[in-house]
Design a protein. Structure first.
Length: 339
């Protein structure tokens, strides 16, 4: 299986301007050296707290925001260096489903025009062919042909998100970036949307970057999971492995906050409570970005340099962690061992 998307040392720094002349007095380090690859046909979950840089990463990958540095290769082609015409061709294969189903649809356009817009922009098909394609997409996402002439305000949140998915599918993309597509929906509707995305992936052979802050949602759809904190990826692993044997203390804290339906298991498990607040991305801490809140922090080396994202312990290449003192597991019993 080959990598369809390769991201290397990606950075996005927003300037902070102040004063009468609006001079740059600092930067917000929203994304600061992110690297990962997504294999064709798989789903990579990108998780972390609000403000850690997840959505910014997704938008920079599509060049909806300009990158400060780094590289993005889609099927071997450099997205960051692509001229306008080449970038438009690339965007047929790279689409996005936005987080807010209420804000991402034009309220003055009918559903038919919203879904057909990508086809018109890329000059695909005649008007009759576009109309047939719209009807086909509506049925694919669980809506009906009768919905085509309605306006977004006539739909529920879940239905609007289905319209957003239909629009993303219009150009037959290979990669879809799902930017928290279920966070604004009720829990029961979230499950329906996750099932829809999984069915579409199998049917259309899609590749997903699934951005979310809810680890329980990501668990059901992702093949691998990358955990992000303050603009950096601190752990990336096979989904099953990450949920059973997390190695980074931040990942352990996130997992301990996910409720378990079984009351007996819930009472027995150890909760990890992080002290302090998330530092400002405009003034990140020196060394490891997590060290001000880390229970394992040692001044040397944690405050000196950011640890590299690399394989540790016995997990193999399926798990990488950026930590000087990761949780290691006994290969025989799977129990934590001293780092």
């Amino acid at each position: 299986m080959s990598a369809i998307l390769e991201v290397g040392d990606l950075k996005k720094h927003f300037p902070i301007r102040s004063g009468v002349l609006k001079r740059t007095t600092g930067h917000v380090y929203a994304v600061d050296g992110v690297s990962f690859a997504i294999q064709e046909g798989e789903t990579l979950g990108l998780v972390g707290e609000s403000g850690c840089g997840k959505s910014t990463t997704g938008r920079v990958l599509l060049r909806l925001l300009p990158a400060t540095g780094g590289s993005v290769l889609f099927d071997g082609l450099d997205v960051m260096a692509a001229p306008r015409a080449a970038l438009q061709r690339l965007r047929r294969d790279m689409q996005i489903v936005f987080q807010d189903p209420y804000a991402c649809l034009n309220p003055r356009r009918t559903v038919k025009n919203i879904i057909a817009e990508p086809l018109r922009i890329h000059d695909i098909g005649t008007e009759a062919e576009r109309k047939r394609r719209v009807f086909e997409l509506l049925e694919t996402v669980g809506l009906t042909v009768e919905h085509a002439e309605r306006y977004p305000h006539e739909f529920s949140g879940g239905q609007r998100q289905r319209i957003g998915v239909a629009r993303a599918l219009a150009l037959n993309p290979r990669l879809i970036i799902c930017d928290e597509p279920v966070s604004a929906l009720d829990v029961s509707i979230q499950a329906q949307m996750i099932n829809l995305l999984e069915d579409l992936q199998k049917e259309l052979k899609l590749t997903y970057l699934f951005i979310a802050h809810d680890l329980s949602v990501v668990k059901h759809i992702s093949d691998r999971v990358a955990v992000m904190y303050l603009g950096k990826i601190v752990e990336i692993a096979d989904s099953k492995l990450l949920y059973v044997k997390p190695q980074h203390p931040y990942t352990e804290a996130l997992l301990s906050a996910v409720p378990i339906p079984d009351p007996r298991t819930e009472r027995k498990r150890r909760r990890v409570i992080l002290e302090g607040d998330v530092p400002s991305p405009a003034n990140p801490p020196s060394g490891c970005v997590f060290h001000p809140r880390c229970p394992r922090m040692q001044p040397d080396p944690c405050t000196i340099a950011m640890p590299p994202l690399e394989v540790v312990g016995t997990a193999g290449a399926d798990q990488k962690v950026a930590c000087y003192f990761p949780t290691l597991y006994d290969p025989a019993g799977g129990s934590p061992a001293s780092a």
